[in-house]
Design a protein around this ligand. Structure first.
Ligand code: CA
Ligand code: CA
Length: 293
């Protein structure tokens, strides 16, 4: 009896630790890349930051997840335990001591030194007929938006043939940081909605509500490999943190290229192509017939 109780105790402890543990780049990828886009990811990894700065969530926060049952928070501090009620600045703070501008070459939008730089990168082999890459995001911070001494920042950078494109932009086209996001953010003192995270400010206020969505045209690189880097960092000091909420990373492909003979499970079912066509036509006929009824 005692032994089974002890076993149950350790199982519970394990589950509790497990639910709060940091996430690996592969877990991040599994959580945010849509099922039909997974096949195009050739490599995922991290160039900067430690495990505590990446966290997969399997719960509803700030309108996420927007695809599937999980999403990711990437932070310049501890990314776990951000669920709660909005707090005044300093409440979600940690000097992580991971990469800084000297090691990553990444400086803030006003070119200041940065700390606790978190990165997740994806190498993506775009299929023939690739049209766009897209994802959903929100920028959150525990910094003082009113005093604005520390312009923490976030980027999503596509690299192809040495050229880089930051596609994480606010509705006015500005790159994301504490300063530029202020006019788009909920505040603890104001109308913070939904009130389910500890951050002092999160983008998506009454004027431009909800989760933001990026769509970027990649058709010029169809068939080629590109890289996508997500970056989040502290500026000037590492103590008060900021974060990026991400989900629904997706590549759209021209319809002619989405159905490929290689993906038709011919060997599994053993149904000859002709029979398959008859079956599809029969179903279509049934649909048309039932619509006419
Ligand atoms: Ca900061
Ligand atoms: Ca930090």
């Amino acid at each position: 009896m005692l032994k089974s109780n002890l076993t149950m105790f350790f199982v519970l402890v394990f589950l509790l630790i497990g639910s709060c543990s940091a996430s690996t780049p592969q877990e991040v990828s599994d959580a945010i890349v849509t099922p039909d886009t997974q096949q195009y990811i050739t490599e995922v990894g991290s160039k900067s930051g430690n495990d505590t700065q990446f966290q997969v969530y399997n719960q509803s926060l700030q309108g996420f997840p927007t695809n599937g049952s999980s999403f990711v928070v990437i932070s310049s501090g501890n990314a776990s335990g951000v669920n709660g009620t909005p707090q005044n600045p300093w409440m979600v703070s940690l000097f992580v001591g991971s990469g800084n501008s000297s090691t990553t070459g990444q400086y803030s939008n006003r070119n200041n030194f940065s700390y606790d730089i978190a990165n997740i990168y994806f190498k993506i082999k775009l299929p023939k007929g690739a049209k766009t890459i897209s994802f959903d995001w929100r920028f959150a911070t525990s910094e003082y938006i009113t005093t604005q001494s520390f312009w923490d920042w976030a980027r999503a950078v596509i690299t192809y043939a040495g050229q880089t494109y930051n596609i994480l932009l606010l509705p006015d086209g500005k790159a994301v940081d504490l300063n530029s996001s202020a006019s788009y953010s909920n505040t603890v003192a104001g109308n913070f909605t939904p009130k389910d995270v500890k951050y002092a400010h999160v983008t998506g206020n009454n004027q431009t509500p909800g989760v933001y969505h990026v769509t970027f045209d990649v058709s010029q690189w169809a068939g080629e490999e590109i890289e996508l880097d997500f970056w989040v960092a502290d500026e000037n000091d590492g103590v008060v943190d900021s974060a990026l909420f991400i989900d629904n990373l997706h590549i759209t492909v021209e319809e002619n290229n989405t159905v490929n003979a290689a993906y038709v499970p011919m060997q599994k079912t053993g149904v000859p192509m002709g029979m398959l066509a008859v079956g599809v036509l029969t179903i279509l006929g049934g649909v048309i017939y039932s619509k006419k009824q």
